[in-house]
Design a protein around this ligand. Structure first.
Ligand code: ZN
Ligand code: ZN
Length: 206
């Protein structure tokens, strides 16, 4: 059964199960998603609205899994975009209306959380309980934003397939770059995240 957006307990239970444990990040992420979806005008992200939503997450932390769990958006469906900013924030885009809202976790909420349950010794346990009872206003700052999403970033079949002229590997969805008249994959053009021991791919530029 899919939990309704109004059913916080059920959503939290579901996200903790998917994530593997209950933690402050799950509470924060679930609340962040409920708020973001509501503000973006998305009622049923896993049902009737499932084709109308894209989420940009700015962190790869516990809360990211909660966002995935509540919204149903994922990297594999191209409905979740990971922006490697190291910030506890996410933007919820309603593709149907164009409305987009960015939800940022307030830094002060950490301190408030610490003061709310002084009797709980474990810092994370106290944070977890505090995040549950704190209001959305205390926890988050919401901004209306504009997001331009290119056709090659939308869900659906790959728009293009191009062979990198250096490594010979296929590059989908216009991710190739043109350097001195040659179509190259990004790692061949500007270096990748890994090195091959035999030096045949990525590193070989000529
Ligand atoms: Zn966690
Ligand atoms: Zn290449």
């Amino acid at each position: 059964m899919i939990a309704k957006l109004s059913d916080f307990d059920h959503l939290l239970e579901e996200s903790a199960r998917i994530h593997g444990h209950l933690c402050p990040g799950q509470v924060l992420g679930v609340k962040m998603s409920i708020l973001g979806l509501k503000e973006a005008g998305i009622e049923d992200p896993k049902g009737k609205d499932r084709k109308n939503i894209i989420v940009f997450v700015e962190m790869d932390r516990c809360a990211t899994d909660a966002v995935q769990s509540v919204t149903g958006c994922s990297l594999g469906h191209r409905t979740m975009k990971f922006m490697d900013y190291g910030k506890m924030a996410a933007t919820f885009v309603n593709l149907k209306t164009g409305k987009a809202v960015r939800v940022l976790a307030k830094e002060e909420s950490r301190k408030t959380a610490k003061n709310l349950f002084p009797a709980i010794e474990n810092k994370y346990a106290a944070q977890l309980e505090a995040y549950k009872v704190m209001s959305y206003d205390e926890l988050f700052e919401v901004s209306d934003v504009k997001v331009a999403i290119n056709p090659e970033d939308l869900p659906g079949r790959p728009l293009t397939r191009v062979r990198c002229e250096a490594c010979g590997e296929q590059v989908q969805d216009m991710r190739e770059v043109h350097v001195e008249g040659r179509a190259l994959c990004r790692p061949c053009a500007s270096g990748g995240y890994c090195e091959f021991f035999h030096g045949e791919r990525y590193a070989k530029k000529a």
